[in-house]
Design a protein around this ligand. Structure first.
Ligand SMILES: [Zn+2]
Ligand SMILES: [Zn+2]
Length: 227
């Protein structure tokens, strides 16, 4: 048993899912009767790395409240749900901590193990063959399904790629690193004695001073000459 695509719910695949995993659900009660429905509420601890790594994510083990609706349909079990949780990260502009509640919706059809091939055979040859075959399909393993990949995708989609502490965050001062939203009037005077001292240095013979400050230096010199 190697490839995932070979799993059609044979005995060896039934044991692949950890049934104690809180993100694994049992659909046994639906009894494979199309039209039967069941609601499940579950609060669980977040798995590791739920979110956008190093940007914003649900802290591991923090609570996630799940509300699921499991519906038996002809090809499998349609899972519709919401997850409420809390994410933490940092502002991409000023690096202040950012945290907020997220409420995500998702819906996914988990095919019965043996129905997948038939489904593919039916839809193959109609249109967008390639797209269809690349699209991820999920399958039940026995009566069980793993919500984890679906929840992961839903959470990632709900998160900002570039979180900010506030929409108009001004970021950090490029010269001293001060947080500008705390002090919108913040600026550096060319006449600031500390800069004047630096200007003196960079104006030294050969001018091998800090290249980045070149324009500031010129302005500073001009001002000095006017005086
Ligand atoms: Zn910020
Ligand atoms: Zn500054």
């Amino acid at each position: 048993m190697g490839l995932l695509v070979d799993c059609y719910g044979s005995q060896d695949t039934v044991n692949r899912l950890d049934h104690r995993d809180p993100l694994v659900f049992d659909t046994h009660e639906l009894g494979r009767r199309p039209g039967s429905m069941r609601k499940v509420s579950r609060t669980l601890e977040a798995p590791e790395g739920l979110g956008i790594i190093d940007v914003i994510a649900v802290p591991e083990k923090s609570p996630i409240e799940l509300e699921l609706r499991l519906e038996s349909v002809v090809e499998g079990v349609l899972v519709t749900g919401t997850a409420e949780t809390h994410v933490e990260g940092e502002c991409v502009r000023c690096l202040e901590p950012v945290d907020f509640d997220v409420d995500v919706d998702f819906q996914e059809l988990y095919y019965y193990p043996e129905s997948d091939e038939r489904h593919r055979a039916r839809t193959a040859g109609t249109e967008d063959l390639d797209e269809d075959s690349e699209e991820e399909t999920y399958r039940l393993e026995g009566d069980f399904f793993d919500l984890q990949p679906v929840l992961r995708d839903a959470v990632v989609l709900a998160l900002p790629l570039q979180p900010v502490c506030q929409e108009d965050c001004l970021g950090l001062c490029s010269e001293c690193g001060a947080r500008l939203s705390d002090d919108p009037a913040h600026h550096h005077d060319a006449a600031d004695p500390r800069w004047a001292a630096l200007q003196g240095l960079s104006a030294a013979p050969g001018d091998e001073g800090d290249g980045i400050k070149t324009s500031d230096t010129r302005e500073g010199l001009a001002e000095n000459q006017e005086k």
